[in-house]
Design a protein around this ligand. Sequence first.
Ligand code: HEC
Length: 177
Amino acid sequence: MVNFFKSTLVFLILSLTNLSMTSDFNEALDTIEIRKTAMQSLWERIKRLSPYVELKEKVDYDKDLAVTDAEEVLELLQYTKNLWHNSSNLSAKGFTNATPAVWALPKYFDKLYSTAELSANELKEAIINDEIDDTVVAMCNLGNSCGTCHANFRRLLTSQLNNEVSGWSGKYINNCE
Ligand code: HEC
C-alpha cells in the first residue's frame, strides 16, 4: 500500500513537472511567433518608407504616413526588445532563427537594439522636419542596424533562404555609404 502510494506520488510529481515544462515550452513557442510577426511588421514599414525616403512619389503614401511608420518602427523595436527570454533559445530544434549568440552576448545584442532605436528616432525627426539628407542618412543607419543584427544573431537554413524576402544586406535604400 505504501509502495502504491509512493509510486502514485512519484507519478503525480513527474506529470506535474512535465506539465510545467510543456507550458514553458508552449510559452516559448508563442514568444517566438510573436517576435517573428513583430519583425515582419518592422520589415513592412521599412519597405513602405524606402521609396518615400528615395523621393519616389507614391499617391497613396505621404509625410503623415511616413512619420507614423517611423514611429511604429521605433515602437516595434522597443516591443521586440523584451521578447528574448532564455526559454526561447530553441534554434537547435529549428523553432527559431535566432542563434544562441543572442543569449551568449546579451550586451552586444542590446547595444544593436539601442543603435536601431536611435536611428529610428532620428528618421522620425528628419521626416517631420523635412530634412531630406538627414532622412537618407537615418534610413541608411537604420537599415544597417537591422542588417548588422541579423548578420550576427539570425541564421537561416538553406531551405529557408529561397523563401526569404529580398534585401537582407541591411541596405534598404540605394546610395547608402
Ligand atoms: C538587435 C537585433 C535585431 C534588430 C535590431 C532587428 N532584428 Fe529582425 N530579427 C532578429 C532576430 C534574432 C531574428 C530571428 C527571430 C527568430 O527567428 O526567432 C529576426 C527576424 C527578423 C525577420 C524574420 C521574421 C520571421 O518571420 O522569421 C524580419 C522580417 C526582420 N527580423 C526584420 C527586421 C527589420 C526590418 C529590422 C530593422 C528595422 C530588424 N529586423 C531589426 C534580430 C534583430
